[in-house]
Ligand binder design. Structure first.
Ligand SMILES: [Zn+2]
Length: 222
């Protein structure tokens, strides 16, 4: 699979990423690749400024981290590892989410989780997605940017539709490439429900689709 930069500039690429999210992705990548491996990927992808210099662990948009930086990290890892890249990216998405779950009590609240687990399973998924989407929208809007994310009922699944996907911002590919987000959704839903579900990216802005879209099964995968 080949990933290229889009031939025309993608306005999303110059939007900003939350500082802590970039930090957690870098920490997760360091856990998976080791420090030396990560340094190689950073240098190969124009991200030298992050070598030994991660953004602060703050849930804010300082303006120092662009979506383009985040996308270069994600796609850089995907290409560096070839066939294994997809599972490396899943793992990084999952590990980053673990950090996020520890820090974001407002979105990932243990007491609220106990209440959610009393609901029918599909309502657990639905509530979890609403919480995630609400959390992201609030965080971005607090800093004057917009996270456009929607949930849609598709019968056997819910769709998580992200028009402002940072993971593939500015990139072009012939298959979906936003595996960090897939890992984030898997980890967040497992944390909330205690069960595994199928999550699949079915559309991707890198393929020319208007949004990146994941379908999340309404029934547990076991
Ligand atoms: Zn994407």
């Amino acid at each position: 699979m080949e990933i290229k930069n889009k031939p025309t500039p993608d306005p999303l690429a110059s939007n900003h990423m939350v500082d802590a999210y970039m930090r957690w992705a870098l920490q997760a990548a360091e856990e998976v690749l080791g420090k030396q491996g990560l340094t190689i990927v950073l240098r190969d992808n124009g991200l030298e400024k992050y070598v030994d210099n991660y953004p602060p662990e703050e849930l804010k948009i300082s303006g120092n981290v662009t979506n383009s930086d985040y996308a270069n990290l994600c796609t850089g890892l995907l290409q560096f590892y070839g066939r294994a890249g997809k599972s490396v990216d899943y793992r990084i998405g999952r590990i980053s989410s673990k950090y996020a779950i520890e820090k974001q009590a407002a979105v990932f609240n243990v007491a609220a989780r106990m209440a959610v687990r009393l609901l029918p399973f599909q309502n657990q998924i639905s509530t979890g997605l609403d919480n995630l989407i609400g959390g992201f929208q609030k965080l971005w809007s607090d800093f004057g940017e917009e996270a456009i994310i929607l949930k849609e009922d598709r019968g056997d699944s819910f769709a998580y539709i992200q028009q402002t996907c940072p993971t593939c911002a500015g990139k072009q590919a012939d298959e979906p490439i936003c595996h960090q987000t897939t890992g984030m959704l898997l980890e967040s839903i497992e944390w909330l429900t205690g069960k595994k579900v199928l999550v699949k990216e079915v559309e991707c802005r890198a393929m020319g689709d208007p949004a990146c879209v994941w379908e999340i099964s309404k029934t547990p995968d076991e």
